[in-house]
Design a protein around this ligand. Structure first.
Ligand code: GLN
Length: 469
C-alpha cells in the first residue's frame, strides 16, 4: 500500500497499523522516503534516526528536547557533538506509548527566534513556498509536519515557537498551560515561560499527543496533575463565548488578508452556535513584547551560563580556564544568544535589577490579571496567531525588533501562563493564516472542542498547494 504522508494523520496511521493494513516498518520507511525526497529542500531535520523497530507511530522531536543516544544541539554550535545520556520526560513518555523518534528538527539557536534563520545549521524552509520562512523557533517541526516528513512532532514554546510556525505552515499546534508538561531534559531558554507541546495536522492528533506528554513529573517540580484529556468529537459550538480582543484583530500592523481570514472564521463560529463579542486587552498587547524581552533574556542569561566548554559539546582550548571559556562562548554562541545574554545580564545587574527585571515582573502580573478578568466573561479568546503570513527568508534578519514583533499576538498569553491553540483558518496571497484560540489555565479541553468544531467547518486543506498530487 502506498502511503501519502502529506495527508496521513497520526490517527489514521494508528488505524492502519491496528488493522494490520501497514506494518511498523512500512510506515517508518514511508517517512524515511519522504525525508530523503523533500528534506534536502526543506531542511526540517538536523538529525534523522534509524528505525528502532516496533509498530509505534513515528514522532519528530525539536532539537531542544534531550534524546538519549541521539545528538541534541538546540540549533547551536556550542552543543555540537552533545549526545544526552537520558531522555527528556516528554520523550520517555512518548516511548512508553511506543512512539519512535524519527529525527531531531531544526530550531533557532536555543529557541531564540521566529524564523529558524538563527539556527547555526541554516534555516528551514516553508513547504508552501520554500523561498519563505516556516516561522520559528520551531520551524523544523512545522516544516516536517506540513511537508509530510512526520505525522506529528514535539515543539517548544516560550513566546510563540509552537503557535507561530503552525500559523505560517498551516497546521495545528498547542502551547499548553504552563506547568502541565515537564521541562525535565529540555534545553532551558526562559524557565518561567518554556513549555513543550504538540504539533500536528488535526486538533484530535494534537489532543492525543498532549495526553501522552502531559502530567505531573517528579523531576520537574513546576508540573501538576492535569484534567483528563477529552478527544473532541462535537461539530457545534453552542454556548461557547468567544471574546475578540480589539487590539489583536484588525489593528495596525496586522495584514488585511490575515484579518479577513480570521473574521471569516469568527463568522463561521457564530453560525455553529458560538457568541462572538469584542473585548480589550489594552496593556497586555502594548507592553507584552517589551516585558517579554526583559524576562526571557534575563532568564536565558542565567540558563546559558552552563555552557562553558567544560561540561557539554564544543570546547575551544585556551591558556587557562578563563580563556578557554571565553573562546568557547565566542565561537559557540551565535549573535542572537549573545545579544540576549548581554541584555539579560544588564537587566539583572545590581542597581538595575528593580528598574528592569522587577518592573517587568510587575507588568507580567498586570497581563495575567487582564486575562483573568476576560475569562470571567469568555470561554476562549480569539485572534490571529501571527500578524503576517510567512515572509521571505532574509526579510527581517537584520532588524531584531521587526523579528520580535512576529510574536506580538502570541506573547501576552504566554506571559500569563495560558494555553493557546493555533488552527489554520484560510489563505492570504496563497499562504496559510492561523487563528489563535487562548483559553483559561488548564482550559485545554475547551480549546480542543472549539478548535475541532471549527476545523471541521473550515475544512482547510493542510497539504501545501504546490505539493498536492
Ligand atoms: N520568537 C520568540 C523569541 O525569539 C519566541 C521564541 C520561543 O517561543 N521559543 O524569543
Amino acid at each position: 500500500m502506498t502511503l501519502d504522508t502529506l495527508r496521513l494523520t497520526a490517527e489514521e496511521a494508528r488505524r492502519l497499523l491496528d488493522a494490520k493494513e501497514v506494518s511498523g516498518a512500512e510506515l517508518w520507511s514511508a517517512y524515511a522516503d519522504a525525508i530523503e525526497l523533500r528534506d534536502p529542500e526543506l531542511h526540517a531535520y538536523l538529525h534523522v534516526c534509524e528505525d528502532p523497530g516496533g509498530d509505534g507511530l513515528p514522532l519528530a522531536v525539536k532539537d531542544v528536547i534531550g534524546t538519549r543516544g541521539i545528538p541534541t544541539t538546540a540549533g547551536s554550535k556550542i552543543l555540537e557533538g552533545y549526545v544526552p545520556v537520558y531522555d527528556a520526560t516528554v520523550v520517555a513518555n512518548a516511548k512508553r506509548h511506543g512512539l519512535r523518534v524519527l529525527g531531531k528538527t531544526n530550531t533557532d539557536e536555543f529557541a531564540m527566534g521566529s524564523s529558524t534563520e538563527n539556527s547555526a545549521y541554516g534555516p528551514s524552509r516553508n513547504p508552501w513556498d520554500p523561498s519563505r520562512v516556516p516561522g520559528g523557533s520551531g520551524g523544523g517541526s512545522a516544516a516536517a509536519v506540513s511537508g509530510g516528513l512526520a505525522p506529528w512532532a514535539l515543539g517548544s514554546d516560550t513566546g510563540g515557537s509552537i503557535k507561530q510556525p503552525a500559523a505560517l505552515c498551516g497546521h495545528v499546534g498547542l502551547r499548553p498551560t504552563y506547568g502541565t508538561v515537564s521541562r525535565y531534559g529540555v534545553v532551558a531558554f526562559a524557565s518561567s515561560l518554556d513549555q513543550v507541546g504538540p504539533v500536528a495536522k488535526t486538533v484530535r492528533d494534537c489532543a492525543f499527543l498532549y495526553s501522552i506528554i502531559s502530567g505531573r513529573d517528579a523531576n520537574d517540580t513546576t508540573t501538576v496533575d492535569v484534567p483528563a484529556v477529552q478527544l473532541p468529537e462535537g461539530e457545534e459550538l453552542k454556548g461557547l463565548r468567544i471574546g475578540v480582543p480589539k487590539e489583536m484583530n484588525g489593528a495596525p500592523g496586522i495584514e488585511p488578508g490575515v484579518t479577513a481570514a480570521v473574521n471569516a472564521a469568527l463568522e463561521l463560529a457564530e453560525s455553529l452556535g458560538a457568541s462572538v463579542e469584542e473585548c480589550s486587552l489594552p496593556r497586555s498587547v502594548d507592553y507584552g513584547v517589551a516585558c517579554y524581552y526583559l524576562v526571557a533574556p534575563a532568564e536565558a542569561s542565567a540558563n546559558l551560563a552552563r555552557y562553558d566548554g567544560a561540561r557539554y559539546g564544543l570546547r575551544v582550548d585556551g591558556d587557562d580556564f578563563r580563556e578557554m571559556v571565553m573562546r568557547t562562548r565566542d565561537a559557540g554562541f551565535g549573535d542572537e544568544p549573545k545579544r540576549r545574554i548581554m541584555i539579560g545580564t544588564y537587566a539583572l545587574s545590581s542597581g538595575y535589577y528593580d528598574a528592569y527585571y522587577g518592573t517587568a515582573q510587575r507588568v507580567r502580573t498586570v497581563i495575567k490579571r487582564e486575562h483573568d478578568e476576560l475569562f470571567e466573561r469568555f470561554d476562549v479568546l480569539a485572534s490571529p496567531t501571527s500578524p503576517t503570513v510567512a515572509f521571505p527568508i532574509g526579510a527581517k534578519i537584520d532588524d531584531p525588533v521587526a523579528m520580535y514583533m512576529n510574536d506580538v499576538l502570541t506573547i501576552p498569553s504566554c506571559m500569563a501562563g495560558l494555553p493557546g491553540l493555533n488552527i489554520p483558518c484560510g489563505l492570504s496571497d496563497g499562504l496559510p493564516v492561523g487563528l489563535q484560540l487562548v483559553g483559561p489555565q488548564f482550559g485545554e479541553n475547551t480549546l480542543f472542542r472549539a478548535g475541532h468544531a471549527l476545523e471541521r467547518a473550515l475544512a482547510f486543506d493542510v497539504v501545501p498547494e504546490r505539493l498536492r498530487g
